[in-house]
Write a protein that binds this ligand. Structure first.
Ligand SMILES: [Zn+2]
Length: 529
């Protein structure tokens, strides 16, 4: 019988997987992780197994004590999980900076894939963005969303109106281009300018294009509080878009923001469950903190005052009657945020001395009314803020939902970049350590699933987020006792602890707790139809 060499190679490969035998005295695997407690990403409790890696893929899982490998990692007492997927990441900009491409804040959290261009913002030209991402190498894998807001701005500026038929056609064409280039779906930010100027119909129309490519619709919803339509109507809008455009809808960084909606997590849960029962695919993602981060302008300045952009806002602030109206609206918005003690500055280039201080502290030092301070600061620049506005009870309820993924909403930061939200450094270990191990809000397997297999399935990355032969070898090996997020709101620039080994596409990015500096990340495309 004649056997083609191709078939023979395939047979040997299959036999190799099945029996894990060294082939002709050579080590059979690149890396062998021995004797770990394997959390495979499904949500199941751990089971003891060896995990073998070859050519960037998981080659075998099981009892592999006879196997040999170039590098053997003893995982006795440690947990082995798929590399974590951050489904809402602002790392896109930093990844194109050579000094940041080593992505230490992400890798120290066990993050091996980031999904960028969230909230409707980011690059319109995904192909060009891929080129710049690849230029200096990537420390993690990157998936891209197609940003609705940036596309809208490119087509029609920051004007507060519906698009004409031609403009909508142009926007849809740009969404199509992005999806053709490998986008995983459409991101939107109807809370922000210019997304807030878009009606639901516009999101349905653009999301329908993403749906043709099997994409998702991920939205920073119109209102996480009671600013405009209210939290519940904003969740309903995502559900409506998911239903009408026929694609998975994701309420990103789900939360109940501010005293007026505290406790609303139960009502949100019911709405999502009802939609799912009706056959609408709805998901959420979440970062595990009771504070959010945004800009002072986005938090306090009414949207009507921002129409036309920053210059128009400044122009309005120069007119006494409009300034008074803006200030009036800001009073209510400040109450929604829980008052001056719950807003803390994280970045302000003209005066870094206010970074890390609350609005109450800064205003009192200046001996000004807080809103006077706010207006003065906004006239100089756009201050970044951290806003303490959530209840742990709501955070816990959202976290326990089987449809909630994990995200950081963080980016690439380093010492010197103000006093950013600690989620940039600690989101994933915080969920594993504080919420799963210490507080038992969720169990460990469920937590790992929310950052691996669930996210990979929703985002259309079927070969990631799971430990099984043939999957990409993005892996983390962690010491649960050591998993810790030292980053705090006052001192955020601290890397997370507990990740012993991190593999990106089968290569060690962290080895024995030390960064290797290797750049083996890739730009990921969604599953071909
Ligand atoms: Zn957002």
């Amino acid at each position: 019988m004649r056997v083609s060499t191709g078939l023979l190679a395939t047979l040997m490969f299959v036999v190799g997987i099945a029996l894990s035998r060294p082939v002709s005295g050579q080590p059979s695997y690149d890396i062998l992780i021995e004797n770990g407690r394997v959390l495979d990403g499904s949500g199941n409790p751990w089971g003891r197994a060896d995990v073998a890696v070859r050519d960037g893929e998981i080659a075998a899982v099981g009892e592999l004590s006879e196997a040999t490998a170039d590098t053997v990692l003893n995982a006795d007492g440690l947990y082995v999980a798929p590399g974590f997927i951050d489904v809402h990441s602002h790392a896109g900009g930093g990844l194109t900076t050579a000094s940041l491409s080593a992505v230490r804040p992400q890798l120290a959290q066990g993050i091996t894939t980031v999904i960028i261009n969230p909230d409707g913002g980011g690059a319109v030209d995904l192909a060009a963005q891929q080129d710049s991402l690849r230029e200096d190498g990537l420390g993690v894998n990157v998936g891209q969303l197609v940003p609705h807001g940036a596309i809208r701005e490119e087509v029609m500026g920051l004007s507060d109106r519906a698009p004409t038929e031609e403009e909508l056609a142009e926007m849809k064409a740009l969404v199509r281009e992005g999806m053709e280039a490998g986008g995983l779906g459409l991101s939107s930010g109807p809370f922000y300018v210019p997304g807030s100027y878009a009606e639901t119909e516009e999101f349905i129309a653009t999301a329908s294009v993403a749906a043709e490519y099997g994409g998702v619709y991920q939205s920073h919803i119109r209102d996480e509080s009671n600013y405009t339509v209210g939290l519940l109507a904003a969740v309903d809008e995502v559900i409506e878009i998911a239903r009408e455009a026929d694609l998975p809808g994701i309420v990103t960084h789900i939360k109940a923001l501010g005293p007026p909606v505290w406790g609303f997590s139960a009502a949100v849960e019911h709405r999502v469950e009802r939609a799912r029962a009706e056959g609408v695919e709805v998901f959420a993602d979440q970062y595990p903190y009771t504070a959010s981060a945004t800009t002072l302008t986005a938090a306090l300045v009414p949207r009507w005052a921002q129409s036309g952009g920053r210059d128009s806002l400044l122009h309005r602030l120069d007119q006494d009657d409009l300034r008074a109206r803006i200030r009036d609206d800001m009073t209510t918005n400040l109450e929604r945020r829980g008052g001056t003690g719950r807003i803390q500055f994280r970045s302000f280039a003209p005066d870094s001395s206010i970074e890390g201080k609350t609005l109450a502290e800064v205003a009192s030092k200046r001996q000004e009314a807080p809103l006077t301070t706010v207006l003065h600061l906004i006239e100089q620049a756009t201050p970044g803020i951290v806003s303490y506005n959530m209840l742990d009870e709501d955070v816990g309820r959202f976290m326990r939902q089987p449809w909630t993924m994990t995200s950081s909403d963080g980016g690439l930061v380093q010492r010197g970049d103000g006093v950013p939200h600690p989620r940039n450094y600690g989101a994933f270990p915080r969920k594993l350590g504080r919420y799963a191990r210490d507080q038992g809000v969720i169990d460990l397997g469920f937590a790992v699933r929310s950052m691996t297999q669930l996210s990979a399935s929703v985002m259309g990355l079927p070969d990631r987020g799971r430990i099984q032969p043939g999957a990409a070898a993005d892996l983390v090996v962690f010491d649960l006792d050591d998993v810790h997020d030292p980053a705090t709101f006052r001192a955020p620039h601290q890397l997370s602890e507990g990740m012993v080994h991190v593999l990106v596409n089968g290569r060690l990015a962290i080895h024995d707790g030390t960064f290797t500096g290797e750049l083996h990340g890739r730009v990921l495309r969604a599953r071909p139809e």
